[in-house]
Design a protein around this ligand. Structure first.
Ligand code: ADP
Ligand code: MG
Length: 568
């Protein structure tokens, strides 16, 4: 019986392959990272499943990854003793793109090669990156718990087709053989591969081994050391990085783990690594990325932290650990309190998770505060990328409203620049004597905000006003209300009270003017009875003759537009 089958890659896979081969040539070596990372995931999965079914590991309890080179054949092999795949799984995983993230990614492609290669950099390219350096790839795999005869052999030249065949495999797990292109033979080199493992995969918690040649000490009468059978030696440190103490971990190692868990090719901006003992017992390692992912605004995108229990990987994308407005944070939580068989459903209603969550939120906010204080330029970079997301905070997280408010940055009339770089504490520092409010104006664009006639009186008195023009701003302000005991005041609201900034004389002059022009005001009220609710004399304007304001309790103009757009 001929069990060999020829199949076609899904169209998206063909697209991805083409793009990868043509845009990642400057960073070819990442294929090693992807393959070792998959092998490590496979070991993690088996370790996890064997908690429920220990027969899965019966034949061999060793979890490890081995890398070998055949210089003559110009091949590299990466072999793991992980979970392996069934025939159906091979077709599914190595023939299609099942992950929604990938499909999403492909939708975002522009066709501009330079832009697309940056995009690909934000995204885990995975198994298919083998074809950057290989002209053909063989995969031999056998699922844990299945018989040797149930092995599978997959082969492809990356052109659009692959074949799949039965194979007898004595060992559980997966072996991937790359037949290197002639011009990529530099990778068929032990020393080169070893340095790549060190560089990209040192943090991996299963041992990654390579053959090492050994020499016996020369015996008496002999000149030279005798070569012995090479032995498998560990190349990586194989200790979960977060279990080590902070002082033992180099920045480069933290960055490498970041790239592994985030699928980001860039660096993290900063991180926070903490061991918590006592009532709760867990370790957390939280990263702030430097660059926002392309799908930051897709609310359905996968997000969240990786969960480990006692160093055993449990699941990805646990969104219960952080609120939506901190969705850009990447990292891991390793808990000693949760049961190993914990499920997403359990996580949703677990009080331990709630406590961890509030502690993690505090950590992230503290980390950002520290960054803002110690490295304001880097904080500004962060704000550029994620400020809009952080603005969702006051509405979502009442408990930390004040803390989040302290992290916000605004454009103001002080510089008049569109750049959002003024903190509320800076504003308060510059407040005029007698001023006890924080003033702001909302508009559709920075330019409109800046030129608003409502600002005239503030300019005259030298009072700074926050210039808000992001879509989310008015909504944000409806939740903020006050900061450091000072309330926020929309300068476009009806009864603008300037408090003690206004002198007694000014107040009296205002009343007098209202009195003197009673008739005119009365006429105007009748004339515009349909259009406006009230007409008043004002001291707000210096140059403009008149302006329209919003009632104190009415919806702001920007908010009204949002509601209208939503069909309300
Ligand atoms: P990702 O790792 O992000 O899921 P990849 O393209 O790297 O994407 O891999 C696709 C899928 O192929 C994996 O999710 C996994 O199911 C399967 N796979 C790849 N390599 C291995 C391996 N060494 N052992 C078992 N399964 C693997
Ligand atoms: Mg992968």
């Amino acid at each position: 019986e001929n069990t060999q089958q020829s199949m076609s890659f899904q169209t998206e896979v063909k697209q991805l392959l083409h793009l990868m081969i043509h845009s990642l040539y400057s960073n070819k070596e990442i294929f090693m990272r992807e393959l070792v990372s998959n092998a490590s995931d496979a070991c993690d999965k088996l370790r996890f499943q064997s908690l429920k079914d220990d027969s899965l590991m019966a034949e061999n309890s060793d979890l490890r990854i081995r890398i070998s080179v055949d210089k003559e054949a110009n091949t590299i092999a990466i072999e793991d003793t992980g979970i392996g795949m069934t025939r159906d799984e091979v077709v599914q995983n190595l023939g299609t793109i099942a992950r929604s993230g990938t499909a999403d990614f492909l939708k975002n492609l522009t066709g501009d090669e330079r832009k697309d290669s940056q995009l690909i950099g934000q995204f885990g390219v995975g198994f298919y990156s083998s074809f950057i350096v290989a002209k053909a790839v063989d995969v031999y795999t056998r699922k844990a718990g299945h018989a040797a005869e149930e092995g599978v052999h997959w082969h492809s030249e990356g052109e659009g087709e692959f074949t799949i065949d039965d194979a007898i495999l004595p060992q559980r797990g997966t072996k991937i053989v790359l037949h290197l292109k002639a011009e990529e033979s530099e990778f068929a080199d032990d020393w080169r591969l070893k340095s790549l493992v060190k560089k990209y995969s040192d943090h991996i918690s299963v041992p990654v081994q390579m053959l090492e040649e050994k020499f016996a000490a020369p015996e008496e009468g002999e000149e030279e050391a005798k070569p012995q059978e090479p032995t498998w030696e560990n190349v990586n440190s194989a200790k979960a990085l977060w279990t080590r103490s902070r002082s033992d971990v180099k920045d480069e190692e933290y960055q490498e783990l970041y790239r592994h868990i985030s699928h980001d090719y860039g660096d993290a901006l900063t991180w926070s690594h903490n061991k918590v003992e006592g009532k709760l017992d867990y370790t957390s390692l939280l990263y702030i990325p430097k660059k926002a992912p392309y799908d930051l605004w897709n609310r359905e995108r996968v997000r969240g932290l990786k969960l480990y229990v006692n160093r055993v990987f449990i699941m990805d994308d646990v969104e219960q650990f952080l609120p939506m407005y901190l969705r850009f944070v990447k990292g891991i939580v390793d808990s000693n309190d949760l049961p190993l068989n914990v499920s997403r459903e359990i996580l949703q209603n677990d009080s331990t998770i709630e406590s961890i969550k509030s502690a993690l939120v505090k950590r992230v906010l503290d980390m950002l505060e520290k960054l803002a204080k110690k490295k304001p330029e880097e904080y500004q970079e962060f704000w550029q990328e994620f400020g809009q997301v952080l603005k969702e905070g006051p509405a979502e997280d009442m408990a930390n409203k004040e803390k989040v408010a302290g992290l916000l940055r605004f454009a103001t009339s002080h510089s008049g620049e569109a750049k959002q770089d003024v903190a509320l504490v800076d504003y308060i520092e510059r407040m005029k004597e007698g001023q006890d409010k924080i003033y702001y104006v909302c508009a559709d664009s920075h330019q409109t905000a800046k030129n608003s006639p409502h600002l005239e009186v503030f300019r005259k008195k030298g009072i700074e006003v926050l210039l808000l023009s992001d879509r989310i701003d008015e909504w944000l302000m409806s939740y903020l209300q006050e900061f450091d005991g000072k309330s926020f005041v929309d300068v476009a609201r009806g009864g603008l009270d300037l408090g003690d900034i206004e002198s007694e004389e000014e107040k009296q002059a205002q009343e007098k003017a209202n009195d003197e022009h009673k008739d005119l005001i009365g006429k105007m009220k009748t004339l515009f009875a349909e259009e406006v609710a009230d007409v008043r004399m004002t001291h707000r304007l210096v140059e403009s003759p008149a302006c329209i304001v919003v009632g104190d309790d009415d919806m702001g103009a920007q908010m009204r537009r949002i509601m209208e757009a939503a069909g309300q």
